[in-house]
Ligand binder design. Structure first.
Ligand SMILES: [Zn+2]
Length: 207
């Protein structure tokens, strides 16, 4: 694969070309660039709790990165447990895990994708897939090259005038652990020297 910088440059150049030729509108151009330069992800990052999606499926890992459970559509089940945990917003607006025993007591709190139980034990949730609108299940894109390929495909679909496919691919790209780099904010002025993301403009967020 080419260096990530070349990918990003090709993507932004490609999007700019589409706009210049009138293939896409300014709004669509912005939407496309958002995925590359991270403005969309910036908003997501501002709301860390919303890293968790009710429509997603997660593997649950303990602090040694052993898989100890799964969560699907807001229901988390530890292997061997009799009762699930229900993940939903508590009274204070934060995402919390409640015991699904019927008594509904607070079992833990979710920050980003880290679940801290009331007894102090911590678990990490890693997204493996998501149900999109319409009920279609898609697997999370966990490989950065695949992520960029989907962005390329979205740009190509736009160029072909297949906006439905482009929109689907952009929606698809959002089911991934990639977020804008918090150090350089994918800013062109500082991106190339950024050691955190190695000039890519985005990082992998797992917890
Ligand atoms: Zn960076």
């Amino acid at each position: 694969m080419a260096h990530p910088d070349e990918h990003r440059q090709a993507l932004t150049d490609g999007a700019r070309g589409l706009l210049a030729r009138g293939v896409i509108t300014a709004d669509e151009w912005l939407e496309l660039c958002d995925l590359v330069t991270g403005a969309y992800s910036f908003a997501i990052e501002q709301r860390a709790a919303e890293l968790f999606h009710q429509a997603s499926t997660y593997d649950v890992f303990d602090s040694s990165w052993r898989k100890v459970g799964t969560a699907t559509r807001g229901v988390l089940l530890f292997a061997g447990a009799d009762w699930p945990l229900l993940i939903r917003h508590g009274d204070d607006g934060h995402l919390q895990a409640f015991s699904g025993t019927g008594f509904n007591f607070l079992a833990g709190t979710l920050q980003g994708l880290e679940l801290t139980m009331e007894n102090g034990r911590r678990f990490a949730l890693v997204e493996v897939g998501r149900y999109l609108r319409g009920g279609v299940y898609v697997e999370a894109i966990t490989d950065p090259d695949d992520f960029l390929l989907v962005l390329h495909a979205a740009a190509a679909a736009r160029e072909d005038g297949d906006l439905a496919r482009a929109r689907h691919l952009l929606q698809r790209a959002r089911v991934s652990p990639f977020r804008v780099c918090p150090t350089c904010r994918a800013n062109f002025a500082t991106l190339d020297e950024c050691t955190r993301c190695a000039g890519l403009g985005f990082i992998r967020v797992t917890v």
